[in-house]
Design a protein. Structure first.
Length: 268
């Protein structure tokens, strides 16, 4: 998919991805999760169930969570800003001749941009149970709890299918990592926060999955290693200012893409 198509999809095309009781949802953002826990403690006497509402973009790179169907102006501005930043990042990847599943390129871009602070690098085990439920659905349900609509599941399955194909490529080194970047845009009663996760895997770490079609049911129970970096978006004011420049001064947007491209191709 070209950078221009991705840009259009990121900015304009979202699908309903489902909902979950707010008390059951764990925010990825440490700040919002702390606020969430405090609100739940104060809200014990309130019998009204509140929901976390989910949306996903068409490429499966942006996931939105909100406690209200109508976002505040502050939240809209921040979410629109990072959507524009993501569009610039994909354009930079495209112009640098990099695949959107190039783990090393994404890590270099995110780490050097100055817009993100790494807060966690974790390895966790996903439990894939012997079941009629397909392997890819079990993976998705554990990576993005609450994702439930057919349209959103189809997008997530498409991402996993592409990663599956990348891992099966005969010329790929067994230790080489394939990556997928997911922006997680969360809002809790008007307070927004942006986190990104860079998931990555190698043939070696995903051997149990790639030995059989990902869309089929599991014939045995096994654990699957999942590696990811988690970054907090650290410069919302700067990027919010950029959002207006993208519209009023296209040259500024092109300059940002060129800067990001240099970060990908620069030698350490």
């Amino acid at each position: 998919m070209s950078a221009e198509l991705i840009k259009e999809s990121v900015l304009n095309t979202m699908v309903d991805a489902g909902r979950m009781f707010l008390e059951q949802y764990k925010f990825i953002s440490p700040e919002l999760e702390e606020k969430h826990q405090g609100l739940m403690a104060l809200d014990k006497a309130d019998d009204t169930e509140k929901d976390a509402l989910f949306w996903m973009n068409q490429t499966g790179n942006m996931f939105y969570v909100s406690t209200s169907p109508e976002l505040t102006i502050r939240t809209k501005k921040l979410f629109a800003s990072v959507a524009m930043l993501f569009a610039a990042m994909t354009s930079a990847m495209d112009q640098a001749g990099k695949s959107l599943f190039d783990y090393e390129a994404w890590l270099s871009l995110v780490d050097k941009s100055g817009f993100f602070v790494e807060v966690e690098k974790n390895s966790s085990m996903l439990l894939i149970k012997k079941s009629d439920v397909a392997v890819n659905i079990q993976i998705i349900q554990q990576l993005i709890p609450g994702l439930s609509t057919d349209s959103a599941m189809a997008i997530a399955k498409g991402v996993l299918s592409t990663i599956h194909g990348e891992l099966q490529a005969t010329e790929r080194d067994e230790e080489a990592n394939v990556g997928h970047l997911l922006f997680i845009c969360e809002e809790l009663f008007g307070v927004p926060s942006i986190t990104i996760r860079l998931f990555y895997a190698s043939q070696k770490s995903h051997r149990a999955v790639i030995q059989a079609p990902c869309h089929t049911s599991a014939t045995s129970t096994f654990e699957q290693l999942q590696n990811a970096h988690t970054f907090l978006f650290a410069s919302p004011d700067t990027i919010s200012e950029y959002a207006n420049l993208f519209t009023d001064q296209p040259e500024e947007y092109r300059n940002l893409i060129e800067h990001l491209k240099e970060l990908i191709t620069a030698k350490d």
